[in-house]
Ligand binder design. Structure first.
Ligand SMILES: [Zn+2]
Length: 132
């Protein structure tokens, strides 16, 4: 099955965006390569803080599982609706979590648009003028 070609931003664009961000996620502020864990509510806890949490606090935040340590890796991503050019203003520097939140929001919007278009088409196919 053919795969969609990757459209990775070129190195000079990634460098310009990283310079602007100062090495921090432009949505939540976490630093590139920061180590820590996200709790059940997806809130960030630096690794250095976790050792000071009581067993009850850890259970309250993370449930029965131990906190899963991760390292933040920032990614350059084109802003939603931005032109597909190489203007650094059209790109943002995001951590994994913020990247996925943006994806989720975009996918919800796309799904709603597709559902709306399908309903309009079904109404037109039935020979009725669309009411919405
Ligand atoms: Zn972030």
């Amino acid at each position: 099955m053919p795969t969609k070609p990757r459209n990775d931003p070129p190195p000079e664009l990634r460098r310009a965006v990283a310079e602007r961000s100062g090495g921090h996620c432009e949505a939540c502020g976490l630093a590139h390569h920061a180590r820590g864990a996200r709790d059940q509510a997806r809130a960030w806890h630096p690794e250095a803080d976790l050792g000071g949490y009581s067993r009850d606090r850890l259970r309250q935040l993370f449930g029965e599982a131990a906190p899963r340590l991760i390292r933040i890796v920032l990614t350059v991503r084109r802003r939603p609706q931005a032109p597909d050019d190489h203007d650094p203003q059209h790109y943002e520097h995001l951590c994994q979590h913020c990247y996925h939140v943006r994806d989720r929001d975009l996918n919800v919007a796309r799904r709603q648009q597709t559902m709306h278009e399908s309903r309009v088409q079904a109404t037109l196919d039935a020979g009725q003028p669309p009411l919405f």
